[in-house]
Write a protein of this length. Structure first.
Length: 462
């Protein structure tokens, strides 16, 4: 009990003691190390028409701005959803999305409030800024919960070398599909890929990172190193549910429902998982390398290891998981208004005890996924059409998990985005998911399932 109390106190101190920088390109320049795709598309498209040249340069924002109209914003997201197919994992089913079809797996159409975010982005000095975001999300356990809370340090860049740092509660820089701040919203589509949906639900950390960027001629190379804690349960959803395609984001204190588990794991594992937990008092690490040549593309490689102890657990039956993965991301710009994004991930996660005479933990899951997304701006940048194709699979090798827990699947997504005015952005999306997971027989479903989700979203920023 004393150990749990110390961990809770440590987390509270970190969260309350740090404030993060708003990295949405609508409001402030993001750090050099932030993802290029998210930087560019998080910004509002340029206004069309002839501009009037002012007599003087407009005044720059103050270097210190703690509380003003520039540092507070609200994001609201409401939708109309049409969905068929099996029961969602959020309803303890084996579905791949956050929505469930009708009782007979036919389509149902529902209007839904999805999310409301309050974002505070203070600037303490010209080089020190913060980002704190709290959220109400549909299907979230708590009425309001914390999404992010971090500070960024970004001093003036030197001619050939620059440095930046971040500390607090945040998502490491992996996704090419999310804006780098402002409640970590998607840019091109409503629903992120399976890779980045998993990042959103299980790879949030309390940590510190530092980035060094060097210029060699016309080439920029950035190297980031981070150390973190409070991410010991990462991998729980990937093993027990498999990949998912949804935009539900992990919060600081919330739990996510697991599907029905097998008989052994029902006794060993809690029916929910919480992504932000410290169980074994071991520090994890990650590293990121990015290359930006004098050509319209960039490449990055990311490696993550939470160094979790698979045999550690707490009184609530939340376990430590040893989760490792490598991720490669490519952003290419073949035309002025065309973008191609690609990501691929490969990893393993392990949990439980190695029984006497065996060589495998209770759970031992290998996972892979990859996607390609093409986005084309239309109407002089006011709108965008995007298409994405992806594949994913898992292979289960654990001593207490049957091979039938493995899965294979893929998805195709077509989306459109239109900027209505400075505050309103509309999205439409059609996503079709197909997957095979033999263990669906446990809940009376057939192993192969297909589901189509159609969404129309209206996002309001105040």
């Amino acid at each position: 009990m004393r150990l749990l109390a110390r961990r809770s106190a440590s987390l509270a101190a970190i969260i309350l003691g740090v404030h993060g920088a708003r990295a949405s390109a609508q409001d402030a320049l993001p750090p050099i190390t932030e993802t290029a795709a998210a930087q560019d598309d998080a910004a509002e498209p340029a206004q069309t028409g002839t501009a009037t040249v002012p007599d003087q340069e407009p005044p720059s924002p103050p270097s210190t701005d703690i509380l003003s109209g520039r540092t507070l914003s609200i994001l609201l997201d409401g939708r109309i959803v049409a969905v068929d197919g099996e029961r969602s994992f959020l309803d303890r089913g084996m579905g791949k999305t956050r929505f469930s079809g009708a009782a007979d797996n036919d389509f149902r159409i529902v209007p839904l409030p999805i999310e409301a975010d309050l974002i505070w982005t203070p600037r303490f000095t010209s080089s020190l800024a913060g980002n704190v975001s709290a959220s109400w999300q549909r299907d979230q356990e708590n009425a309001v919960d914390l999404l992010e809370a971090f500070v960024t340090f970004l001093p003036s860049r030197g001619e050939h070398l620059s440095f930046s740092a971040k500390a607090g509660l945040y998502w490491p820089e992996i996704s090419l599909e999310h804006a780098t701040g402002g409640a970590w919203s998607t840019v091109h589509t409503i629903t992120p890929s399976a890779i980045n949906a998993w990042i959103g639900e299980e790879v949030k950390v309390v940590g510190v990172e530092a980035t060094l960027t060097a210029t060699f001629g016309k080439h920029d190379v950035s190297l980031t190193g981070g150390a973190f804690g409070f991410n010991d349960t990462s991998g729980t959803l990937l093993s027990f549910r498999g990949w998912g395609l949804h935009d539900l984001k992990a919060t600081a204190f919330g739990h996510i429902q697991l599907p029905v588990l097998n008989t052994f794991m029902t006794r060993a594992q809690a029916p929910t998982t919480r992504s932000l937990l410290e169980i074994d008092d071991r520090v994890g690490f990650y590293g990121r390398l990015e290359w930006r040549p004098p050509a319209p593309f960039s490449v990055n490689a990311f490696y993550y290891d939470n160094r979790g102890d698979p045999e550690a657990f707490n009184p609530s039956l939340q376990w430590g998981w040893r989760t490792r993965f490598a991720n490669v991301g490519i952003s290419a710009y073949p035309g002025e208004r065309t973008r191609i994004l690609a990501q691929a991930m490969y990893g393993t996660t392990q949990m439980g005890i190695i029984p006497h005479g065996l060589t495998r933990y209770w759970v031992d899951t290998k996972y892979r996924s990859a996607f390609v997304l093409v986005a084309q701006d239309v109407a002089q940048g006011r709108g965008q059409i995007s298409g994405r194709l992806e594949m994913f699979d898992t292979r289960e090798r654990g001593s207490r998990m049957a091979p039938e827990e493995s899965e294979d699947g893929g998805a195709a997504t077509l989306a459109g985005r239109w900027r209505l005015n400075d505050m309103l952005t509309g999205f439409v999306e059609v996503m079709h998911v197909r997957s095979r997971r033999e263990v669906r027989i446990r809940t009376g479903e057939t192993p192969f399932q297909a589901q189509t989700v159609i969404q129309a979203s209206l996002r309001l920023r105040l």
